[in-house]
Design a protein around this ligand. Structure first.
Ligand SMILES: [Cu+2]
Length: 165
């Protein structure tokens, strides 16, 4: 299982592009993790220093009113394990907010709904990196994708985003 997850994250980091310089707002993970449960709308994001689409997603969340703390590290494997992601359901960056995991390019509107409805589960994931999801804009192209609610047993569709193709 570790190996599978590692292969996925390596694949996504590669697809993400190595074109973005390191962001300056890196903080120590240990210190920040203690704050996640009590702060409102503070998103703790773990990403590789070179992931451009991860940075674009961070900007999407900031534009929607979230305070974001970015933690940059090369090896995200311990974070994926902490998040409890099932093999094949991961993406590039992993975030935590208010007791939930947000994996990959989840739209801010879905995070908003998650925090309002507070369903049972570990959090939301958009596996892979669908074109047209927040942070993955490529011209006018939008691929259809699902946001999944997941727990240790599996996933269910939380919302569907239709494409335009
Ligand atoms: Cu990405």
């Amino acid at each position: 299982m570790k190996k599978i997850l590692f292969l996925f994250s390596a694949l996504f980091i590669a697809a993400c592009g190595d074109n973005e310089p390191a962001q300056p707002q890196t903080t120590e993970p240990d210190r920040a993790e203690q704050q996640t449960a009590v702060t409102d709308k503070v998103l703790e994001v773990y990403k590789s220093p070179t992931c451009g689409c991860c940075g674009a997603w961070v900007e999407h969340m900031q534009a929607n009113g979230y305070t974001v703390k970015v933690h940059e590290q090369q090896n995200l494997q311990p974070i994926k394990e902490k998040a409890g992601l099932l093999p094949g359901t991961g993406s590039c960056h992993t975030a935590f907010i208010d007791g939930y995991v947000i994996e990959g390019h989840v739209p801010a509107s879905d995070v908003e709904r998650l925090l309002a409805e507070r369903p049972e589960g570990k959090g939301l994931t958009v596996p892979g990196m669908p074109v047209g999801s927040p942070g993955m804009e490529m011209g006018d192209r939008k691929d259809a994708y699902d946001v999944l609610l997941f727990d240790e047993n599996g996933t269910e569709v939380f919302s569907h985003h239709p494409g335009n193709q």
